[in-house]
Design a protein around this ligand. Structure first.
Ligand SMILES: Cc1cc2nc3c(=O)[nH]c(=O)nc-3n(C[C@H](O)[C@H](O)[C@H](O)COP(=O)(O)OP(=O)(O)OC[C@H]3O[C@@H](n4cnc5c(N)ncnc54)[C@H](O)[C@@H]3O)c2cc1C
Length: 558
């Protein structure tokens, strides 16, 4: 058995930022991650991180207003205020730790424009901002002697006397199962992108932590709010950063028309993501697309500029679409990118399950509400990662471990035994995973309706019946990725069900949840969050009022 004060699941930006603040606050901290820390999906973030810095004539209140409006008024305004107020210090702190942000002509931290924002307030490192931030934070937690269990896989959370007190984890290299006791646990396990196919997310983004928290009794919130990013590459679904449009790229339809002037005459390509994705879908559905896509044109930016600020995009275009963006427009379409919802927390990261905190994409504070602004997620991971690390490490002071022993892992051990005993006539995990991804992308995408969502939900439930019968051909203990993928699939289906149940429950259009059968926003009845909690009868729905401080709901146009 292993003991630590604060146990963090996940070594992305949220997990590492939480680890740093907890260790600086005197706690004995451990981080468990299923991949080597710098392979976490945060590494793939391209475009940047938002902050309103006063030397640029910006004000956190303007950032907060843009975020509230972007969320279609579903974001909790107390949390949004905290995030935007603390953003500047967080970016400067990362700069001081060693992140080499791109500079403007005067040598100061430079910004680029991002969608849904009145001002250019996105700080960036070319088009690999996440990688730069993640590597610097990793250096910092190594320096601070945080215990890192890399390539260890979370199986479940431990709950004793109604309190989260640790986790059951599997060491992937040996297949050995361990109990880690902790006085507080922070779930920073990232998003669930791969519940949908295709997705911009890494293959490891399987919603494990959301499912584990849900199974342990925490509630999930805003799960119906799934972001489709307007510029994902034809075929593979790889992301083409919003920074390209921020730096001046256009969207064109098959007639060579900049169609965004019809849908968002003021902000054009830089309207909120939900707005741009819907506009593209309408163009494609009206027959003005090209092979299910529209075109992103950045030729006018010139080779020198593209090489300096968007070099990774040029490489992605060449490698995945055989297009050199310097000379040709590139085909893009709306694709699954981000889950606004997650484990419901307060502004200090505490979930509804005592002892359990959460931060980053796994969590829902809720600062993104119905639609996240580009470059607000990296900010969310750092601000609420730091806050949850701080509060969890305060809470463990003077606390002792719960009296749990090795037997706490018995349930997971026998679950794995059962799975390994399935015979070869049974299901293959890849087939179930593909059907789940296709189902979600068909019924819970940019436009939704009741009949489609009902069908999607019943398909997901049928897949849940099949997942227990998945055949795991590899019976070995060493790096049994076959077993791990099967365990992930089981967790993904809990997430898929939570998304489907929440979406079918909201009879209005708000943010990313747009219904052809209920096209209007209904503030009178639905200015509230949907929560899903596990019960013996399946997912149970509850509601929570949205926190409104300064900004009353208004008509949202760009
Ligand atoms: C391609 C792409 C580009 C993006 N660009 C931007 C951008 O420019 N700006 C922006 O603000 N946002 C961007 N985003 C969103 C943003 O990057 C993510 O929301 C954010 O990085 C998530 O960070 P995180 O720390 O919550 O999780 P992640 O970085 O996903 O880390 C999750 C961690 O949890 C661990 N984990 C998960 N399950 C288990 C398990 N079962 N056992 C053990 N460990 C587990 C993983 O190993 C990993 O370490 C982008 C996202 C993508 C996909």
């Amino acid at each position: 058995m292993i003991d630590h004060d604060v146990l963090i699941i996940g070594a992305g930006l949220a997990g590492m930022r939480a680890a740093l603040s907890a260790v600086e606050n005197g706690a004995d901290v451990a981080v468990v991650t299923k991949v080597y820390p710098v392979r976490s999906h945060s590494n793939a973030a391209q475009g940047g991180i938002n902050a309103a810095l006063s030397h640029q004539g910006d004000d956190w209140r303007d950032h907060a207003y843009d975020t509230v409006k972007g969320s279609d008024f579903l974001g909790d305004q107390d949390a949004i205020e905290i995030m935007c107020r603390e953003a500047g210090d967080e970016v400067v702190a990362m700069e001081h730790m060693g992140v080499i942000f791109s500079r403007d002509e005067d040598g100061r931290l430079g910004t680029r424009s991002f969608g849904g924002q009145q001002k250019a307030r996105t700080f960036f490192v070319a088009d690999f901002t996440g990688q730069a931030l993640l590597h610097v934070l990793y250096e910092q937690i190594l320096k601070a002697n945080v215990n890192i269990y890399d390539e260890w896989f979370l199986l479940s959370l431990l709950v004793e006397d109604g309190e989260c007190c640790g986790a059951v984890v599997m060491e992937i290299s040996s297949g050995e199962i361990h109990v880690i006791r902790a006085k507080a646990v922070i779930m920073a396990s990232g998003g669930l992108g791969r519940v949908f196919e295709p997705s911009t997310n890494a293959l490891i983004c399987t919603g494990d932590g959301m499912a584990a928290a849900y199974r342990a009794g925490a509630s999930l919130m805003d799960m119906e709010m799934v972001q489709y990013h307007p510029t994902t590459l034809k075929g593979s679904g790889v992301l083409i950063t919003e920074g390209a449009r921020g730096d001046g790229a256009y969207l064109l339809n098959s007639e060579g028309d900049r169609f965004m002037k019809t849908y968002a005459p003021n902000m054009m390509e830089l309207a909120s993501r939900d707005v741009v994705s819907r506009s593209e879908q309408l163009e494609i559905d009206a027959g003005r697309g090209i092979d299910g896509c529209v075109m992103l044109d950045m030729r006018h930016l010139g080779e020198r500029f593209i090489n300096e600020r968007l070099s990774q995009i040029r490489e992605i275009g060449k490698d995945f679409a055989n297009v050199d963006v310097v000379y040709e427009p590139i085909p893009v379409r709306p694709g699954m990118h981000y889950q606004m919802g997650g484990i419901k927390t307060d502004v200090n990261g505490l979930t509804q399950l005592p002892g359990l905190y959460s931060a980053g994409e796994a969590a829902c504070v809720s600062v993104h509400g119905g639609n996240r602004l580009g470059a607000n997620s990296l900010l969310d991971t750092l601000v609420f990662g730091r806050r949850s690390g701080q509060h969890a490490s305060d809470a463990v002071k003077g606390k002792s471990h719960k009296n749990v022993g090795e037997s706490a892992a018995d349930g997971d051990r026998s679950h794995i035994q059962r799975l390994l005993a399935n015979d070869s006539g049974n299901e293959l995990f890849g087939r179930v995973r593909r059907e789940m991804g296709d189902t979600m992308n068909q019924h819970f995408a940019v436009y939704r309706n009741q009949a489609g969502m009902d069908e999607g939900l019943s398909k997901v439930r049928a897949l849940k019946e099949r997942v227990g019968k998945v055949y795991v051909p590899d019976k070995g203990k060493t790096f049994n990725t076959n077993l791990m993928f099967s365990l992930e699939l089981d967790m993904m289906l809990d997430c898929a069900e939570a998304v489907a149940v929440s979406a079918t429950d909201r009879p209005e259009s708000r943010g990313a949840h747009t219904r052809s059968d209920f096209p209007d926003r209904d503030d009178e009845n639905w200015l509230k969050h949907i929560l899903v909690t596990k019960s013996d009868d399946g997912p149970q729905i509850d509601y929570l009022d949205v926190v409104i401080t300064d900004w009353k709901p208004e008509i949202r146009s760009y």
